[in-house]
Design a binder for this molecule. Structure first.
Ligand code: FES
Length: 166
């Protein structure tokens, strides 16, 4: 065997050895990452829009308030922006009109946090207590396959957001 050939085979052997060690290292790192996600899905079907009541509906599983006025929808998170308690809605004695995101919005409720007393107006604006910011508004859409209302609990939207269904 020539020395060139011996040198080549030696380098090849080292290369194969390193590749094998790297492969095993990656495999053991991968084993630390579970194949399943235990996080709740963020995109959730909520039902047929026409079956939502006029006004407000609370969905405890999604911790979400869905508002409907005719065929116009928006959704506000029920998760307090202080430490994450679920806020409760309190009906106003009479609706209040407020310019929200450039358009008039009929506010029928306000939100109160039972944990440390934060208060929010019906558009989610924080007005009292330790809450540092407004309640999130989440994106709504209509599922193309079955026409259900869909919320994306990872996609905040501006308070000008409105979904108009057909
Ligand atoms: S968690 Fe809502 S006020 Fe603290």
């Amino acid at each position: 065997m020539t020395s060139d050939r011996r040198e080549f085979l030696k380098k090849l052997g080292i290369g194969v050895g390193l590749a094998s060690v790297a492969g095993q290292g990656l495999a053991s790192l991968r084993s630390l990452v579970p194949n399943v996600s235990y996080d709740a899905p963020t995109v959730v079907k909520l039902g047929i829009p026409a079956e939502f009541p006029e006004g407000m509906k609370f969905l405890p599983e999604q911790r979400l308030f869905v508002f409907r006025e005719g065929n116009v929808f928006h959704a506000i998170s029920a998760v307090c922006t202080h430490l994450g308690c679920t806020v409760r809605a309190e009906a106003l004695s009479s609706p209040v009109m407020k310019k929200v995101g450039g358009a008039e919005l009929r506010l029928t409720h306000r939100f109160l946090c039972p944990c440390h007393g934060s208060q929010y107006t019906g558009d989610g604006q924080n007005v009292a207590g330790p809450a540092p910011r407004p309640l999130e508004w989440w994106a709504l859409s209509v599922a193309p396959d079955d026409g259900q209302l869909v919320v994306d609990l990872a996609k905040p939207v501006e308070r000008s957001f409105r979904l108009t269904t057909a």
